[in-house]
Each structure stands twice: as C-alpha cells, then as structure tokens.
Design a protein around this ligand. Sequence first.
Ligand code: HEM
Length: 500
Amino acid sequence: MEVLRRIMQFLDLQTVLVGVVIMLLVLWLRDMRHGLNMPPGPLQWPILGSLPSLALFGSKDPLAYLKTLGDKYGGIFSVKLGDHFAVFISDYNIIKEALMKQGSCFSHRPSMAMERAVQCSKPGVVLANGRPWQVFRRFAMQSMRDFGVGKKSIEEKIQIEACSLIQQLEKMDGKPHDPSPDTQVAVTNIICAIIFGDRYEYGDAEFEQILDSIKDLTQSVEWTDLRNMFEVFDHLPYQKNFKRFIAANHRIHGVIKRQIEEHRQTLDETEDRDILDLCLRRQAGGGEDAALFKDQQQLSHFIVDLFVAGAETTATTLGWAYLYMAEHPDIQEKCFQEIYKVLGDRPPTMADRAKLPFVEATISEVQRIRTIVPLSVVHSTAQDATLRGYTIPKGTWVFPMLYAVSADEKQWKQPADFNPERFLDASGDYVKRESLVPFSVGPRMCAGEMLAKMELFIFFTMLLQNFRFSNSSSDQKIDLDPILEVTWSPKPQNIQLTRR
Ligand code: HEM
C-alpha cells in the first residue's frame, strides 16, 4: 500500500489521463493489427469492440440488424464482441465454403461462460472438440440408428407418443389452449425411450425434473451474456440466469446419475435395451475411447446434450407449425385433404412421405420461415483460415446466420410469405431445395436430423388428421413474432383445436 501511495504522489491527473489514452490506443492498434485482413464490419472501439454499435442499432431487433450488416458487407462481416473477434456469415455459398469445403477448420467450438460455470472441462458432444467430439458424435449417430432411428421400430414409438399427445389435447374439448407444453412432453418422451429404454407417464416426478431442467437450460443460455464477451467477468457473482442454469444442470445430472446406476445394476449381457446400455458396454472396452465413456462427468454431459439438443428444437418447430396452420386455414385444409386421400384414418409411416408432397412442403416451409436455431450453434476456427480472400485468425468465433439464408431474396422469391408451393414442382412433386438449412451444414450439422424429420412428419400428419387448428380470437391475429433465446420460439398463446 505504501508503495502505491508513493507512486500516486508522483502522478497527477493529467499523467493518468495520458496513460489511459495511450493504453486505449495500444489496444486499438493491437486489434487493428489482428483484424488487418478480416472481413469488414461496423466501427470497433478499444476494449468494447463493436458492442456500442450493436447496442445502438441492434438492441431492438438484433437479428434484423445483423441481417442488414450481412446485406451491406456482401454476406460476410466481422465484429468484435468484447475480447473476441467474430465473423458472421449470411450468404449461403459462403457458409458452404466455410462449413463444408473447409469443414475441419470451421468446425471447432469456442469455450462458453456457462460451460465454465458448471466446470464442464469435459463437454459431451455439442460443445466438445477433438477426439471426444468425434467419438461421441459418431457414437450418437450410430446408436440412434441401432435403436431404430430411420427404421420401423422408432416409427412405432413416435406414433404411440403422438397418440398420447392427441388424447391429452382432446381433454381440452375444443377450449382455447396452448398445445406447445404438451408437445414438449411428447417429444421429450421419445428421447427418453431411446436413451433410457422407457417412456414416462405424464406427471411422473422424475419426468417433470427432466422437462423443467431442459426448459431452464435452454432459456437461461445467452450468447450475448457479457461473461461470454469478457472472461474477466467470470469472477463476478452469478446473475439470475446463471444460477438458473447451474441449478438445472445439477438437477438433470442427478436424474442421469440415477439412471446410469439403475442400468448398471440391471445390465443384461444378452440384450441392449437403450443408448445407456450401449454406453455401459463401451466402458468395458479398452483404450482411450473407453476412458471417455468411463468418465462419469463426460458421459453425463453427453446424455444431457442429446436431451437438450433433441427435445426443445423439435417441439418448437411443431409449435410454429400449429400457429402457421391456424393462420393459414386454406393451406391447412389442403394438407388435410391430401392426408385424408392417401391415409384415411390410418397413422402415417415414413414410407408415406413421398405420397404426401404438400404436407412435406408445408413442414419445409415452416422450417424455412422460422429457422429455429437462427445463428446455429457458434463455431470457431481451429487454425488460421482464408475465406473469400480474407484472413480469419485461429480462435475467431463464426456465426452461420441460418435465418438470413432462409430470408435471402437471392434464394427465395418473396421470402416473407408463407408459401409451401415453393417446394413443389410443376407436377406437384416435392423438390428438395439446397438452401433450406435449418439443421446447418458440414461436419457439425445436426446429429439428430433423421430423428427430427421422422418426428416432425409423423406428429404433424397425425395432429392434422385429428384436429383442425384455428385462431381462438376473432379480433386478435395469431402472433408470429418470435422470442429470441438460443432458439427462436413462438410466444405462448392459445389457439383452438377442434376434433375432426
Ligand atoms: C427440428 C429439430 C432440430 C433442429 C432444427 C436442429 C438444429 C440443429 C442445429 C442448427 C445444430 C447446430 C449445427 C452447427 O453447429 O452448425 C444442431 C446440433 C445438434 N443437434 Fe440438432 N436439431 C434438431 C433436432 C435434433 C434432435 C432430435 C437431436 C437428437 C437427439 C439433435 C441432436 C443434435 C446434436 C447432438 C447436435 C450437436 C452436433 C455437433 O456439435 O456435432 N438435434 N441441431
């Protein structure tokens, strides 16, 4: 303290101010040097980077502002988010060049504050890198296939779950109601069946814990949290959303721990019941990969990742589908007529998809107009990269702006209109459009795409077969403005489901 006092005696206010200005100048020059050949972008300030511009112009609608920057700078621009340089890509061809052609370089994940807060030094799959990511991703996709994804057996599980959802929604007897929470339950139960081997009854205490945890985990994550921008904030007391995240994390890991123990005790050498059994089997193998499965923390994070990535996303897409059907009764009726003509009253199977092109086009259009993971999951560069002549240094955050691709006039005619016909050819057959990218592209693209597509098709078709969706209010329009969390979800609202 004495030393500090003596130093202060020699410093007057003027000296301190000059010192601060020089420090800011040095930081600014350092950033300028670092970003010398990076894509252009809005003005960057020392320390704060582009945050003042983003706060000034983008606080009301951040995604709309980012899209205008994408249009202004030719589909790729950089910003500095506190300590981190970030590149945003809104053009489909540039996204493809980065995530597909240079996939191994652009498929890293940066460290995020939430992950540091739960001391997750061994993330499962979504935030993992290197060998653990490769092992768990390959295992996730293989084991989902083993337990019926893409096959008849999972089709039946989805049909059973859709029937339970229909029974649950019938109880409302046509009264205005928000069907989204019940849909979340149904979709989560499918993941439970694949991972734990069994579905839960509605209202089961352990199931409620899982559902609440998933909701809290997804709603409390904010990429724009200052802790993500400035690592120095890691040392400050946690805010409400962090405490909610940590508590939810604790709850869901508790459930998984119990399930792992139960599975260990009842493991049957002759039969694999579910993904957890396969994980336990992997523990028994030798080598580096077995060690990953033996690590309780790593294994638990992997299972949580499947729950979080797989439950909320599919349910949110169905939530949007209900609202768009209520808003567009003519399109809904066309879907219903097609379903009725091809299936009558019998439940759909995946083999029916090709016979229901208008239904498929409608699901695609819902996924386009409300691309529910708007900025995908943040990527980062594993090493220095060159993209469109720009140099993107190692460790730069990369945001593929999937929602901007869906709204790009170069790709879609009148993108703001809800129009399933854009996915049909002149003879009414479904046309796959390359720039429909709700699941992203490249080595990091959604690992559950096949399961999600099965769930969306079977749930959507069965619900339309059984109910007419309509606006429950004569003087209020359906609210189609999204809420921005990690996903782009609809505002909770009541609609009317009338039994067909
Ligand atoms: C409509 C439903 C879904 C949508 C729109 C969706 C979308 C996405 C997106 C955009 C990503 C990030 C890709 C990237 O980093 O570029 C992702 C990652 C992932 N998704 Fe999905 N997803 C859905 C359903 C599912 C389901 C049902 C599962 C299965 C459990 C799943 C498992 C995963 C996993 C494990 C990852 C991380 C992949 C990795 O980091 O390697 N998703 N998803």
